[in-house]
Design a protein around this ligand. Structure first.
Ligand code: SF4
Length: 233
């Protein structure tokens, strides 16, 4: 939107969709629909070419990959680790890097770091990655307001302050509870993976297995129903 408003060069928008399996997006469904139904049509309507990339490697391919080296050799790669997520490395970055390599060496990439994200801005390598939010002094709060005004504010911000894959090991408890409550089909897919034998790690996130998280949610539901006056005559 800033590029369009200020006339900065904008040849295309590139989106890499991480997939859970060949048919299931890794995006939170509300965000997946927002991208498909709002984001891409907005760019189309403004004459911006949209390129959608997907890796041939899915989350499940990564999960069932047999580790070749190190202490976990011979085991299933299984759950991605907090702080060292292999999905970024295996499913997200390779298609982006391969696509970038097809473009000219002078191609500039716009990065969505706001002007009040100083630490992240320091990491931009001079020239090839540019933040238009910093250039036009737009803060995180301003960016949210801009998106809301344009009808381009993802609905996921109703229940989380961050976005990530639905299987993200960094997901907050609130995000996991949202998945459990509103997308039981996806939750069931994750829960089923706990049955896979010989995993490099049993933990879904830093502290818990997915079945432990599931049991915690079930326990919460039972407590709520015990104290629900509608359950008593
Ligand atoms: S959002 Fe989470 S699971 Fe997805 S690539 Fe990033 S760290 Fe990995």
């Amino acid at each position: 939107m800033l590029a369009l408003e200020h006339g900065d060069p904008l040849e295309e928008a590139v989106y890499c969709e991480v997939m859970f399996d060949a048919a299931t997006s890794g995006e939170i469904p509300e965000h997946r629909d927002f991208i498909r139904e709002k984001g891409i049509p907005f760019l189309d309507a403004h004459g911006v070419k949209v390129t959608v990339l997907r890796s041939s490697m899915t989350y499940l391919d990564s999960f069932y990959r047999v580790v070749q080296r190190g202490a976990a050799a011979g085991k299933l790669n299984s759950w991605p680790l907090c702080g060292r997520c292999c999905i970024q490395r295996d499913c997200k970055l390779p298609p982006i890097t391969a696509y970038q390599n097809t473009l000219g060496p002078d191609t500039v990439q716009y990065i969505g770091y706001a002007c009040d994200e100083q630490e992240r801005l320091m990491r931009l390598d001079g020239g090839k990655k540019v933040s238009l939010l910093a250039k036009y002094r737009v803060s995180e709060a301003d960016a949210a307001a801009l998106c809301k005004r344009a009808g381009l504010y993802s609905p996921i911000y109703k229940f989380t302050s961050r976005n990530g894959c639905f299987f993200c090991p960094n997901a907050t408890r609130k995000e996991l509870r949202h998945l459990y409550d509103h997308h039981p089909d996806l939750w069931a897919k994750l829960l089923a993976l706990q049955q896979a034998p010989n995993k490099a790690t049993e933990r879904f996130n830093r502290t818990q297995r997915i079945d432990e998280i599931d049991m915690g949610f079930q326990w919460e539901d039972r407590q709520c129903s015990l104290f629900d006056p509608n359950n008593y005559t």
